[in-house]
Write a protein of this length. Structure first.
Length: 83
């Protein structure tokens, strides 16, 4: 699911929809940052990031931890995260 596909969920009055949107958005951002870090590591980027690799990698790890936390919370609260 792309970020633009989460708009309806984000604007829903149902907190479970908003939760799903947050989870899907985070997952998409993790995917994109992972791809960028791969290209950064192997000098395949078509731009030079202002942040060094280590800072971006740390951000990725925190994001992955947050995603796992949301996943655990979804299980506890009975929120289906299947797209």
């Amino acid at each position: 699911m792309k970020l633009k596909d989460t708009v309806k969920l984000m604007t829903s009055s149902d907190y479970e929809d908003r939760f799903r949107a947050e989870y899907y958005q985070l997952h998409e951002r993790i995917t994109k940052l992972s791809e960028m870090l791969y290209k950064y590591k192997y000098k395949l980027l078509d731009f030079t990031p202002k942040c060094n690799y280590d800072i971006l990698y740390k951000q990725l790890k925190y994001m992955e931890h947050y995603e796992a936390t949301l996943g655990a919370r979804a299980i506890i609260e009975g929120i289906d995260l299947k797209e």
